[in-house]
Design a binder for this molecule. Structure first.
Ligand SMILES: Cc1cc2nc3c(=O)[nH]c(=O)nc-3n(C[C@H](O)[C@H](O)[C@H](O)COP(=O)(O)OP(=O)(O)OC[C@H]3O[C@@H](n4cnc5c(N)ncnc54)[C@H](O)[C@@H]3O)c2cc1C
Length: 394
């Protein structure tokens, strides 16, 4: 089977590749100052994101007045594939670009768009996503952080956890409870919280991966005062907006999953022949077999992804999204474990940080995170059971 895109899509690809040729960040800078976590944005990454935005390549599917070029979904797919093939990150602030900026464009006021969304897209500022709390992760509607109206301001108290990039972000897209008496899905709002507001304390969480660049953090809120005009969209409508916000992420999450496996596979194949040759003969066949299994996973993920994508283009949603999230994150975890096994003790030396080389122990530890963030594998399986297979709720 050979999949082909039509001529106009290939012309779009060629135009983007031409732009990339002229604008790719200097390899030396990328190597000496690699992208490690959303807690830290190297200068080359910021410049690259800005250049992409200025030239209409950061969000090609958006209209030109928002920095895009009205690219269709298939062109956007090709764009993402080429970026991944070139191993270039669009941004060091994925929540900001993938969830927060598009949500602000959907639901924010013109002032909020000008003050927060546009600088975010230009990588002039960074944002974090304040959803999860100690008792509200998979069950987000259980969140307890309170926002009480006092004149023209809200006063916030509570705690967030697992907030990626909180130590670095300029503002938080924060989910809070504005009506404690309403059913739990109905009393939630979203508010924009500058991270330097008095009463905000960020406590980095100790991580096993790249501990010198802590990404995840706890955020404590003690009598934090924010203007009521910082509320995004309608008060108490946060739950409905969360669905819309995350849909921005889900629509592309499968693609990122496929690319993550494929790029790990490419990296591994560069070293696999030597590594396999060094293994005792009885272990070599087993390792080669596992490698082939991972390659099949990658190809299957791409085919499944294309099918889901075709459905998504036609109907705006596809059940494959939940399937792809669970499948690709677990397949990648298995692949990087295999890589670490092939590297043996050298996996300790191969550590280069969060986005570390396949084969490093860091990459292996980090691979578990993607099976949890943006909805754990168990939650994806619940969704598949109920919405794809039509089984009764457990
Ligand atoms: C790398 C990483 C980055 C993250 N970044 C952010 C961020 O920027 N902002 C943010 O707000 N959050 C972030 N999170 C938090 C993430 O959204 C939550 O960890 C996730 O939703 C799971 O919630 P929890 O950790 O509270 O686990 P829980 O919901 O307590 O779940 C614990 C275990 O029980 C299982 N479980 C829970 N409910 C069910 C059920 N109904 N059926 C079957 N099994 C179930 C889960 O799968 C899990 O294995 C991040 C997490 C990670 C790992």
């Amino acid at each position: 089977m050979k999949l082909q895109f039509d001529e106009s899509v290939e012309a779009f690809r060629a135009e983007f590749l031409g732009w990339l040729d002229e604008n790719r960040p200097p390899v030396e800078e990328m190597q000496t100052d690699p992208l490690r976590s959303s807690a830290y944005i190297p200068e080359w990454s910021r410049t690259f994101t800005q250049r992409m935005f200025d030239d209409g390549w950061l969000v090609p599917g958006w209209p030109p007045e928002r920095g895009g070029r009205n690219a269709g979904p298939i062109e956007t797919l090709v764009y993402m594939e080429e970026l991944s093939r070139a191993r270039l990150p669009r941004t060091a602030n994925p929540q900001g670009l993938g969830i927060i900026a598009p949500s602000l464009l959907d639901y924010g006021t013109e002032e909020q768009i000008e003050q927060y969304a546009m600088p975010l897209l230009r990588a002039e500022i960074a944002a974090c996503l304040g959803m999860s709390e100690p008792d509200a992760g998979s069950d987000l509607a259980n969140l307890k952080t309170r926002a009480v109206l006092d004149g023209d301001n809200y006063v916030l108290n509570g705690q967030k956890v697992w907030t990626s990039g909180a130590g670095y972000a300029d503002f938080c897209f924060l989910f809070c409870r504005t009506n404690p008496d309403a059913p739990k899905h109905k009393g939630i709002s979203i508010i924009l919280m500058p991270m330097d507001t008095p009463g905000v304390t960020v406590r980095p969480l100790k991580e096993i991966v790249a501990p010198e660049f802590p990404d995840l953090a706890e955020v404590f809120l003690d009598d934090v005062v924010l203007p009521a005009s910082n509320i995004v969209g309608d008060v108490n409508n946060g739950w409905a907006m969360a669905g819309g916000s995350l849909a921005h992420e889900r629509s592309m999450v499968w693609l990122m999953g496929v690319m993550n496996i494929e790029s790990a596979m490419v990296e591994l194949l560069e070293v696999a022949p030597t590594r396999l040759a060094n293994l005792p003969i009885e272990e070599r066949a087993v390792a080669a077999d596992a490698l082939v299994g991972s390659h099949i996973d990658a190809v299957a993920a791409r085919c499944l992804g294309y099918r889901g994508f075709a459905r998504y283009v036609k109907s705006g949603s596809a059940p494959e999204q939940a399937l792809m999230k669970a499948y690709t994150s677990e397949a990648r975890r298995d692949l990087v474990r295999l890589a670490a096994e092939l590297f043996g003790p050298d996996a300790l030396q191969a550590a280069t940080g969060r986005y570390g080389a396949t084969g490093s122990l860091d990459a292996y530890f980090e691979s578990f995170g993607t099976t949890i963030s943006a909805g754990s594998s168990e939650i994806q399986r619940n969704i598949i059971a109920e919405r794809v297979l039509g089984l009764p709720r457990g």
